[in-house]
Design a protein around this ligand. Sequence first.
Ligand SMILES: NC(=O)c1ccc[n+]([C@@H]2O[C@H](COP(=O)([O-])OP(=O)(O)OC[C@H]3O[C@@H](n4cnc5c(N)ncnc54)[C@H](O)[C@@H]3O)[C@@H](O)[C@H]2O)c1
Length: 436
Amino acid sequence: MSALNIEEPKGRLGILLPGLGAVATTFIAGTIAVRKGLGKPIGSLTQMGTIRLGKRTEQRIPAIKDFVPLADLNDLVFGGWDIFEDNVYEAALNAGVLKEPLLNSIKDELETIRPMRAVFDRNYVKRLDGRFIKEGRTKMDLAEQLKEDIRRFKKENQCDRLVMIWCGSTEVYLKPQPVHKNIESFEAGLKENHEAIAPSMIYAYAAISEGIPYANGAPNLSADIPALLELAKQTNTPIVGKDFKTGQTLMKTILAPGLKARMLGLSGWFSTNILGNRDGEVLDDPESFKTKEESKLSVLEYILQPGLYPDLYKDFYHKVRINYYPPRGDNKEGWDNLDIFGWLGYPMQIKIDFLCRDSILAAPIVLDLCLFLDLASRANMKGIQEWLSFYFKSPQVPPELYPEHDLFIQLMKLKNTLRWMRGEELITHLGQEYYD
Ligand SMILES: NC(=O)c1ccc[n+]([C@@H]2O[C@H](COP(=O)([O-])OP(=O)(O)OC[C@H]3O[C@@H](n4cnc5c(N)ncnc54)[C@H](O)[C@@H]3O)[C@@H](O)[C@H]2O)c1
């Protein structure tokens, strides 16, 4: 198999983050801390993962970062937009995820990262009200202003390349509509201030038209519309989404494949959460919650395939609740009750109480996405990067495909894609040759 031609990652990689809240600041401060040896990048596949090559007898298991040419952490520069003027040090303190002594030890660096004025409209995130926002006659004007920000950032920070990851709040639920159909309708919509064009789509449009890889960490549509996919293909831009897979959904996509593998039935899965960060506050609004709920609910349907296994999964009851509870801050608690059944239909229960830290789980995902999207761009891979669905609750796929949610299949796909990029044999796990 021949390897792809991948450009070397020379120079600096600028990371642009719309939304400098809990996730983004935990990612930035964490990466700077890792750079200084103050902590380890736990949870990051690009930094800690290995990849097996060839046969099990060959013992070739390099680190992923030695196998594919990824940008070095020392070459990353950070920037972003927010509706609040706080610099990243202030915003990180505010988010209350990382401890103050750690933030103080890198304060000088964090304070230099100041947000640019946001493209924001309260109609799409009802629970927030910010004043640090751009003004423009049309949504197209706003997109142009974002493009100017991007170019200025690139020049001032002497970046060779850029990537953009949406870490902004979850917007209200929108369905794809005719205005999203192709580039012409979308650009006309930008000029007419069409109400089905949300701010996250304006950022995505600005990035993709400049050829900047774009990932969406929230469940709102953003780049998951035909117009922006068409634009991504036209501008040779890799895109991926949606909604970082952390916490409860991560657990679901670990457990559900296991139940199905053993042909155990499921009659109900009830999930409830308490969380008290700003994300929790935004999700307290029913319209933003609806976007999140759609994203969280689909996972089990796809993994368990009730159509194929009616005796095991037909009509299982699935409920997801998120409750805003300020005392816990970013430290969420998620409870799951699973009613399962086994041999002859005998019922059993599983209870999970996950005391998790949302942004601690999300930060390494942001890092991996930055590095892998930049790799994809240098390898000339454009459009949807389904091999990165490992990181998402609602993986973006072309309309004719259903998304793959099983974490282990997603990981295999990711690693096989890396092998394919480097011209290595794909691993099928057949292994007959060991017994010949
Ligand atoms: N933490 C997780 O585990 C996790 C998992 C999946 C998805 N997410 C999603 O990631 C996003 C960020 O999560 P968070 O915990 O950091 O939330 P957060 O509320 O702490 O941060 C979001 C930030 O985005 C800003 N913002 C909102 N609209 C904006 C706009 N139009 N332009 C620029 N900035 C804007 C807000 O002011 C805020 O600072 C949310 O949408 C959340 O649902 C988080």
